[in-house]
Design a protein around this ligand. Structure first.
Ligand SMILES: Cc1cc2nc3c(=O)[nH]c(=O)nc-3n(C[C@H](O)[C@H](O)[C@H](O)COP(=O)(O)OP(=O)(O)OC[C@H]3O[C@@H](n4cnc5c(N)ncnc54)[C@H](O)[C@@H]3O)c2cc1C
Length: 380
């Protein structure tokens, strides 16, 4: 990274997270993938290091780092394990959501999220409705002083280990996306049960699963934000999430690039390192250029966000470009490894499975194109 573009803090945090990731995350990454078990100890270490509060101002108990710093930290973590990058993003986003939308009682939960005692999870998607959030079927009906939630949420990252759920449900089913509210539900709330664990291609260790709400009563005070306003709240949160997810994909792609470069230098065919073949060099040159371009897009969106601008288009640009280029280049990194790239012995095989997810969640890349098209249509 060119030093003149970055502040002392950004470079220092990047360096210390890189050291932590190389020493504590990298050695655990293969086992997280193989065992598909939530890495409890690493989660606790991230909390201990204060990383979950990295995006909050100091007066809210955070470190007051800017979003570029978060993106740098994310890139370093995901370079060593995509799953750990993912795990880092969830409390970061949850704490921010509580700060931005919560009342004083909700905000009291922030220290426990930052400390790792409360593990958050966001429940928006359902089996039948992913991109089409406005059609979700889960409902929350006001009954006396409580809301009663019924429905099943799917694909919830950390869902099976979390103990604080951000549940999106219809409070006015006739009103589509204008009829959705968000509720905080504690893990031991009666009426909440964990469903099946998802058997995923990659990004293992996230305890991704279903959450079933059956006459699940939560006090009305646990509604976060105004009634029927949660779609808008979620969309703003998605902009932040997309910056983080882009940085995560960048970290995974960088790992693939580094592995491919090292392999190309060491692998000899036809009496010379395969790096000497222009076909291989060009794949690596394209990776190097796209990694640099993606980083600039991500940091540009992050800077704009920190200066108070709406980043709907820029976050979608970053997410679309980074995750598409990452998928392409991680595939090429497998290609450069030949048969070894298709073997579980080499890390690039895991990177190939992990990276696919980044084109699917936090809004699929088709949805990113829709968002960009809508924005440029408005701007015209
Ligand atoms: C590992 C993992 C973790 C996840 N974590 C969470 C989580 O923590 N919380 C949560 O709420 N959700 C989570 N999700 C769900 C994720 O957000 C959804 O999978 C995603 O929004 C896509 O929804 P879908 O899978 O239903 O696909 P669909 O919406 O059914 O889409 C299928 C295909 O159709 C395309 N498509 C759909 N609509 C359009 C359109 N209008 N125009 C063009 N193309 C379209 C899509 O791009 C896609 O290619 C997770 C998913 C996975 C796999």
């Amino acid at each position: 990274m060119a030093h003149r573009f970055y502040s002392e803090t950004q470079l220092m945090v990047g360096e210390s997270v890189r050291k932590f990731a190389e020493n504590a995350v990298l050695p655990a990454a293969a086992a997280i993938d193989r065992d598909d078990a939530f890495p409890t100890e690493i989660y606790a270490r991230l909390a201990e290091m204060g990383l979950f509060g990295a995006g909050l101002p100091e007066e809210a108990g955070g470190s007051g780092f800017d979003t570029v710093t978060l993106a740098i930290a994310m890139e370093e973590l995901a370079r060593c394990s995509g799953s750990v990058g993912n795990i880092f993003a969830i409390p970061l986003e949850a704490a921010r959501f509580l700060l931005d939308h919560g009342d004083d009682r909700h905000k009291e939960l922030i220290p426990e999220v930052l400390g790792g005692e409360l593990i958050p999870a966001t429940c928006v998607s359902e089996s039948d409705f992913g991109s089409d959030v406005a059609s979700m079927r889960t409902t929350a009906v006001l009954d006396g002083g409580d809301y009663v939630i019924n429905g099943t949420k799917a694909w919830v990252s950390l869902g099976l280990v979390a103990n604080l759920f951000f549940v999106f449900a219809k409070t006015d089913p006739e009103k589509g996306h204008r009829g959705i509210s968000c509720f905080l539900v504690h893990g031991d709330n009666p009426g909440l049960t964990r469903g099946r664990k998802e058997d995923l291609l990659g990004m293992h260790g996230l305890a991704t699963g279903q959450l079933i709400f059956t006459d699940c009563r939560v006090p009305a005070a646990m509604r976060i934000g105004p009634e029927n306003d949660a779609f808008k709240m979620a969309m703003v949160n998605f902009d932040f999430g997309r910056v983080l997810m882009s940085a995560m994909a960048l970290g995974i792609a960088r790992a693939a690039y580094e592995d491919a470069l090292e392999y190309a230098k060491g692998r000899v065919q036809f009496a010379k390192p395969i790096f000497e073949f222009q076909a291989v060099q060009f794949m690596l040159a394209d990776m190097s250029a796209d990694l640099a371009a993606a980083r600039l897009l991500i940091h540009h969106a992050a800077r704009l966000m920190d200066s108070g601008h709406s980043i709907v288009k820029e976050a979608a640009h970053a997410k679309l470009f980074t995750t598409d280029m990452a998928m392409k280049h991680v595939t090429d990194a497998v290609q450069i490894h030949g048969a070894n790239g298709y073997s579980r012995e080499y890390r690039v095989e895991r990177l190939f499975r992990d990276i696919k997810l980044t084109q699917i969640y936090e809004g699929t890349n088709q949805i990113q194109r829709l968002i960009i098209a809508r924005q440029i249509g408005k701007e015209y």
